[in-house]
Design a protein. Structure first.
Length: 84
């Protein structure tokens, strides 16, 4: 979404020392999901439901924006270093 959103999401010990990889992605048919992650989600499960990717809204109070989950590398059209 934005570099500012990334700085709130990147919370590891080495975060904020590298760079942001931006990507243009074909989401295909995205399943809208809310709240907690489904930790047992797989590409096969998602495909059985008729979806190619996930658009996840973490919570209404999350100030850092949506997450996109893409399982197939074929859906990544291009990547680049997002400078800020």
């Amino acid at each position: 979404n934005t570099p500012e959103a990334t700085s709130g999401k990147a919370i590891g010990p080495d975060s904020h020392t590298g760079f942001i990889i931006a990507a243009k992605v074909n989401l295909g048919r995205a399943k809208l999901m809310y709240g907690r992650c489904e930790h047992d989600m797989t590409e096969a499960k998602l495909r059985r439901w008729g979806y190619d990717s996930i658009l996840w809204h973490p919570s209404p109070c999350c100030a850092f924006g949506d997450e996109y989950v893409v399982y197939s590398p074929d859906r990544v059209l291009s990547t680049w270093h997002h400078k800020w």
